[in-house]
Design a protein around this ligand. Structure first.
Ligand code: AMP
Length: 281
């Protein structure tokens, strides 16, 4: 396994590899956990070469968000990548990625007026901009993204289609702790008490799923019951709880077809998101 820190070297390597091999790419912000590892395993199983990027991208953090507090541990991450038989880690500095500042940015115009797009203005522009750069640098055949960030999957599939990137986007199911909490690098910023109650988020999603399965059609009633459960069991501030069509992220007249039930909450030092995607016939 090789760790690459410059764009030039990464480009040279991917240019050579492309001649004969397929490249599977897993973009991450590091502090790797089982969720990232699952993406790496999918990449490993279906490509000749696996590239993982580790880059905490300042462009996708708002001014009052946790860019500085975002957990980082490259040595630990290196060991994990080694265990997953990753071939290359691309680990550029912020200066390397944005050396001369940016005179052009990608602006996402659909699927961002709801969920995290609404509560984190500019976030998906930052994601789309850095991925555009990474796709050019690494030239992957397949890119692996987690459904944990389902809106990201929806937005990036638009980016790939609209900008004609010659790659396949592969969504991977959310990996959870045994108690249901979605694995996240940010979970380390929960207090012990918050960690104990955090599985309530997934429980509320399951509650919604059960209510829809048993015929409840009132979206607001479902959301209210989720809100009630989270407020009863945790001290978290609810950022949003919403239900939309997936992947279009449009409001639903009726709770029918493929839909996402998604939430974001703020604990004292960690904002957590979770979702499930279900299909109702
Ligand atoms: P991040 O490092 O948080 O930017 O995540 C990098 C990639 O890992 C994204 O595609 C995420 O959706 C994915 N990911 C993060 N957590 C999980 C999880 N619990 N299960 C599956 N994929 C995940």
């Amino acid at each position: 396994m090789k760790l690459i820190t410059t764009i030039e070297e990464m480009r040279e390597i991917s240019k050579e590899l492309k001649k004969e091999k397929t490249i599977g790419f897993v973009p991450t912000m590091g502090f790797l956990h089982e969720g990232h590892r699952e993406l790496m395993r999918h990449a490993r199983a279906n490509n000749d070469v696996v590239v993982v990027s580790i880059f905490v991208n300042p462009l996708q953090f708002g001014p009052n968000e946790d860019f500085d507090a975002y957990p980082r541990d490259i040595e630990r991450d290196r060991g994990i990548c080694e265990m997953e038989a990753v071939d290359y880690i691309f680990y550029p500095s912020v200066e390397e990625m944005y050396r001369e500042g940016m005179s052009v940015n990608v602006h996402v115009t659909a699927r961002t007026n709801v969920l995290c797009g609404e509560s984190r203005p500019g976030h998906f522009d930052g994601v789309a901009t850095v991925l555009t750069k990474l796709f050019h640098i690494i030239a992957p055949d397949r890119v692996y993204l987690g459904m944990k960030d389902a809106q990201q999957v929806a937005v990036v599939s638009g980016l790939v289609a609209d900008f004609n990137f010659p790659l396949e986007l592969v969504p991977v199911d959310t990996v959870r702790e045994e108690d249901g909490l979605a694995k996240s690098s940010r979970n380390v910023n929960l207090t012990v008490e918050e960690r104990n109650v955090a599985p309530t988020l997934f429980k509320s999603l399951q509650l919604a799923k059960e209510r829809i399965a048993s015929g409840e059609q009132e979206k607001e009633a479902i959301i209210a019951s989720m809100r009630e459960l989270i407020e009863k069991e945790t001290s978290a501030d609810i950022d949003y709880i919403e239900i939309y069509s997936f992947p279009e992220l449009e409001p639903l007249e009726k709770l029918q077809g493929r839909m996402i039930i998604a939430l974001a909450v703020k604990f004292s030092k960690a904002r957590l998101i979770d979702n499930i995607v279900i299909t109702v016939h």
